[in-house]
Design a protein around this ligand. Structure first.
Ligand SMILES: [Zn+2]
Length: 482
């Protein structure tokens, strides 16, 4: 009897250990080989997809009744009530979320301006060349890299990052980012890009194309979200979308070409005229001694401080004593978990977050704050996306597998990625998106997205638990029988 029980115990222990072994998350190289294998064994995806990122489109800009391109997309496809950006509601963190489905702490693009404590390197957004160092981008893998690895030829127009060799892969075509302010023909060039993309879709040269469009964000910053320039920029974007849909229809491509139109964040008006609603300026140098700080990374809505060694608690004490209204501050361990932000070495020891109606001004000493420019524009973003509704943005999509005229409940920025991979027919990398939140937009009720790994990492946790319980019970019986 005792021999049988001992044998039983050994067998259970063996399978338990096997389950623990299987539970180890798949390594990057495992995932790579899995992706390669899948492109060899499955037939190439027949669907094509254009992803347009229109920077700085606030969720309510679409209420302009003259926008016929957006209206047409809503009628023939799906849209979301609104999209909540990830924290912080700035461009680079959200751009990388759109193409990875991950939060900032997981994809590593934690701010437009950041410092890597392991590489001793500072990220300064375009046009600084530091932003093109591959290590900034390699904590995750963007959609264009994943697609190319699975044999999907991808063209990327003006989306920053496409010029970088990420994980040894480059897109088939990359036109580097160009500033809106030095690009008078941006609208026409974008329309021509669409024609070029559809030509290449028709000839089966490309299957995926990404376009970045900056005009709405640029005018929203420079002239304010309510300005006529911003309204005109939105109407230009609308004409581009209308042109895209006309082309898809006239070329008879509706069954194979999917379109996804997204944005990264909204925009809040910085009020300088009206005394009643005037934006209050918080001057950081009136609260903190600049000699205690190595550098302040970004300003306005969300900022990170790198203290001089040994000065962190003094800075926190000064912030506490000042008790400045409209300013929240956190030491790194106490950053709210819901931001999905703190668990990354690029997050500095102190985080500052200004409330709506406040603007955090950097240090006046040259170079103490990055960026160096201290111009106060009439439009700003970067505010807490959980509190400030003006940070919300848009999502539209059309495709043969999507419903028509459907309005989805609000999405998170992390959600787009799974739907894009599904529509394109490629395997998604593991991510933070929710399939539950996007599946209502899909016409088929049993649709699902495939992941790199055929089995989700750690799905055997339940088996491990049950086996361990069996083992404990067996050992207890042995002890009783002794
Ligand atoms: Zn942006």
């Amino acid at each position: 009897m005792r021999t049988i029980l001992l044998f039983n115990c050994v067998v259970i222990t063996f399978f338990s250990l096997l389950s623990v072994y299987n539970c180890v998350p798949t390594s990057k190289s495992d995932r790579k080989s899995s992706a390669k294998q899948s492109s060899k064994t499955s037939s190439p995806p027949k669907q094509k997809l254009i992803l347009i990122l229109a920077d700085g489109v606030r969720y309510d800009y679409i209420n302009d009744p003259t926008l016929k391109g957006f209206k047409r997309m809503a009628r023939t496809g799906v849209r979301a009530e609104y999209v909540r950006p990830i924290f912080p509601s700035n461009s680079y963190p959200n751009w990388y979320t759109i193409v990875t489905g991950k939060y900032a702490e997981s994809h590593g693009m934690v701010q437009n301006f950041m410092y890597d404590f392991e590489k001793n390197d500072t990220f300064l957004m375009w046009p600084h060349s530091n932003a093109s160092h591959p290590h900034w981008w390699e904590m995750a893998e963007p959609l264009w890299t994943t697609a190319e690895k699975q044999g999907v030829k991808t063209a990327v127009y003006w989306w920053d990052g496409c010029q970088i060799r990420i994980k040894n892969t480059e897109p088939t075509l990359c036109l580097e980012y160009q500033s809106f302010w030095t690009w008078p023909n941006v609208k026409n060039d974008t329309m021509e890009a669409i024609d070029e993309i559809l030509d290449n879709f028709e000839s089966d040269e490309w299957q995926l194309a990404l376009i970045y469009y900056e005009a709405v964000d640029a005018t929203g910053h420079a002239f304010g979200p309510e300005s006529s320039d911003r309204v005109e920029a939105m109407r230009d974007l609308d004409e581009i979308l209308y042109h895209l849909q006309e082309q898809i229809e006239s070329r008879n491509l509706s069954e194979t070409v999917n379109t996804v139109v997204v944005s990264d964040h909204g925009m809040l008006m910085v009020e300088t005229e009206n005394d009643a609603n005037k934006t209050k300026i918080i001057s950081i140098e009136k609260i903190i001694d600049e000699h205690d700080v190595i550098v302040m990374l970004d300003r306005g809505a969300t900022s990170m401080l790198i203290p001089v060694q040994g000065k962190e608690s003094k800075i926190l004490d000064d912030l506490k004593k000042a008790n400045t209204s409209g300013l929240r501050f956190y030491d790194k361990p106490n950053i709210p978990t819901k931001y999905h932000f703190k668990n990354n070495q690029r997050v500095a020891p102190i985080l500052l977050v200004a409330d709506k109606g406040y603007f955090l001004e950097g240090f006046s000493s040259h170079g103490k704050t990055r960026p160096i420019s201290d111009v106060l524009y009439p439009g700003h973003h970067g505010y807490d996306p959980y509190d400030v509704k003006e940070m919300r943005t848009i999502f539209y999509a059309t495709g043969s597998r999507l419903k028509h005229g459907f309005v989805s409940k609000p999405l998170m920025m992390t959600d787009h990625y799974n739907l894009i991979c599904f529509l394109l027919g490629i395997e998604a990398a593991p991510n933070n998106g929710s399939w539950n939140r996007v599946q209502d937009m899909v016409a088929e009720s049993n649709a699902h997205v495939e992941y790199y790994s055929s089995r989700p990492a750690c799905e055997n946790v339940g088996i491990v638990f049950q086996s361990s319980i069996s083992m404990i019970i067996s050992m207890a019986i042995i002890l009783i029988l002794r």
